[in-house]
Design a binder for this molecule. Structure first.
Ligand SMILES: C[S@@+](CC[C@H](N)C(=O)[O-])C[C@H]1O[C@@H](n2cnc3c(N)ncnc32)[C@H](O)[C@@H]1O
Length: 100
């Protein structure tokens, strides 16, 4: 199987460069390529919310993001229900997000 290449990865990283991020919402976690790169670039992240509507994608992401332990909260659902997801996690706001 070909590895999945995260689209416009450098551009995504560049966008958040220099920003101090505590809470990040990734609405299309997929195979977690973007997530892994953002987490490496921003060790200050306290909570990374990875959402995907596809359970198989979430299983792959859980494996990839193991090194970040409890910092990553996995959400099985549609990113359009962001308010609900944040409420369930007791989080009021996010410092950054993407849907890629
Ligand atoms: C191109 S992949 C994401 C790639 C990912 N960023 C990476 O680095 O591997 C798109 C993902 O978005 C998910 N997705 C698409 N629409 C969604 C939605 N409305 N809510 C949640 N997940 C969604 C799909 O299930 C798929 O896993």
């Amino acid at each position: 199987m070909k590895p999945h290449l995260p689209v416009m990865l450098e551009e995504c990283l560049e966008f958040f460069k220099g920003q101090h991020i505590k809470v990040f919402f990734d609405g299309t976690l997929g195979a977690a390529g973007h997530a892994e790169a953002i987490l490496k670039d921003h060790p200050e992240i306290e909570t990374y919310i990875g959402c995907d509507q596809d359970e198989t994608a979430l299983d792959i992401a859980k494996d990839v993001l193991k090194p970040w332990g409890n910092k990553v909260k996995f959400v099985h659902g549609n990113f359009s229900n962001l308010d609900e997801h944040l409420k369930a996690l007791n989080i009021d706001s996010v410092d950054g997000f993407f849907l890629t």
